[in-house]
Design a protein around this ligand. Structure first.
Ligand SMILES: Cc1ncc(COP(=O)(O)O)c(C=O)c1O
Ligand SMILES: C[C@@H](O)[C@H](N)C(=O)O
Length: 359
């Protein structure tokens, strides 16, 4: 019988803290479609200030935040956006920019560190002389940290370089900053500096920050005005949304930097421990934030399905990416004891496998 659960599937699984629940219960609210819910307004104002942008807008999810941002920048029919071939927008958002927004994606290969080669980005920009056959490039999207690349951080210098390319060609730059605070902590830079070159950014409240719901998109006042209208079009205009925003304000007032740094340290500890096990391989140096991917090696006696089943029997939950690649995501509700318990479960499972196989 499972007596303990260690949920490492994602940093989206956190439950609201008591302080968040209290703030939600007592939140000052109003109709956010008819005017500004005061708590939503406080959150949007605070996030815009932290991110160094003119304005912000609360949205129900990071997916909607990215969708709205792309559609505002690419509001003219025939627009094209340059995105990473391994980006969340391209892989995990149901192709919404195309199926809903009619925006054409032009993918550029994501490198292992989450970047796209600058020269390949520039080469992907359509030549206006070919407009009779080409879509028109209007936007470049980056993702920081890069989830599918293992939570890798894009540097200030790299982001600024992409911003220069965008400006040179009259394009906009959006950053999917679902985990931008993780990047800021890992790089030791102010979060606003990581989005300085961007025209917009989406920031998840419901990941490392630990809020139960939502994201905030930030940008110019004009961008946010258009985004607010599009949010309503998409059904994201909510009424007394301050109940949700209150929890996010608590998260922002917590010591985010210390909390996320702790997540990163625990992720590194897990990566180092897993890498000791015969049958698993981890690129420990690639673990920069709270995400750890491990490969099940060819000589392993367990595939991902079998390993995950055994882990679940011990109450440890992780996310399979394929039959040989598994993801672990650390968040503030994973304790150091949970990390040691998880490693002990892996060690028991692999010791058991070795006994069963007499080696
Ligand atoms: C990098 C990245 N961007 C965007 C999202 C979308 O956020 P949501 O799940 O709130 O739609 C996620 C995952 O949640 C993500 O990992
Ligand atoms: C799976 C993905 O959509 C989600 N953003 C996560 O990282 O858990």
């Amino acid at each position: 019988m499972v007596t303990r659960t260690v949920d490492l599937r994602s940093d989206t699984v956190t439950k609201p803290t008591e302080a968040m629940r209290a703030a939600m219960a007592s939140a000052e609210v109003d109709d956010d479609v008819l005017m500004h819910d005061p708590t939503a307004f406080r959150l949007e104002t605070e996030m815009a200030k932290v991110m160094g942008k003119e304005a912000g807008l609360f949205v129900p999810s990071g997916t909607m935040g990215n969708l709205i941002s792309v559609l505002v920048h690419c509001e003219i029919r025939g627009s094209e956006v340059i995105i990473g071939d391994n980006s969340h927008i391209h892989i995990y958002e149901n192709g919404g920019i195309s199926t809903i927004g009619g925006v054409h994606p032009r993918t550029v290969k994501n490198n292992k560190d989450g970047t796209m080669d600058i020269d390949l980005i520039e080469a992907a920009i359509r030549d206006p002389k070919g407009e009779i056959v080409y879509p028109t490039t209007r936007l470049i999207c980056l993702e920081n940290t890069h989830a599918n690349c293992g939570g890798r951080c894009l540097s200030v210098e790299y982001t600024d370089s992409v911003g220069e390319i965008a400006k040179k060609h009259g394009l906009k730059l959006h950053i999917d900053g679902a985990r931008i605070f993780n990047a800021a902590v890992a790089l030791g830079v102010p979060v606003r500096r990581l989005v300085q070159a961007a025209d917009s950014a989406s920031v998840c409240l419901s990941k490392g920050l630990g809020a139960p719901v939502g994201s905030v998109i930030v940008g110019s006042k004009e961008f946010i005005k258009k985004a607010r209208r599009l949010r309503k079009t998409l059904g994201g205009g909510m009424r007394q949304v301050g109940v949700l925003c209150a929890a996010a304000l608590v998260a922002l007032q917590e010591n985010v930097l210390v909390m996320l740094d702790g997540d990163h340290k625990k992720a590194k500890l897990l990566a180092e421990g897993l890498n000791q096990l015969k049958g698993l391989r981890v690129d420990v140096d690639a673990v920069e934030t709270n995400i750890v991917y491990f490969e099940i090696t060819e000589d392993s006696k367990l595939d991902a399905a079998c390993l995950l089943k055994k882990l679940e029997e011990h109450g440890v939950l992780v996310m399979p990416e394929s039959s040989t690649r598994v993801r672990i995501v650390v968040h503030h509700q994973i304790s150091a004891s949970d990390v040691h318990y998880t490693l002990s479960c892996f060690q028991k499972i692999y010791a058991g496998v070795c006994e069963e196989n007499g080696n």
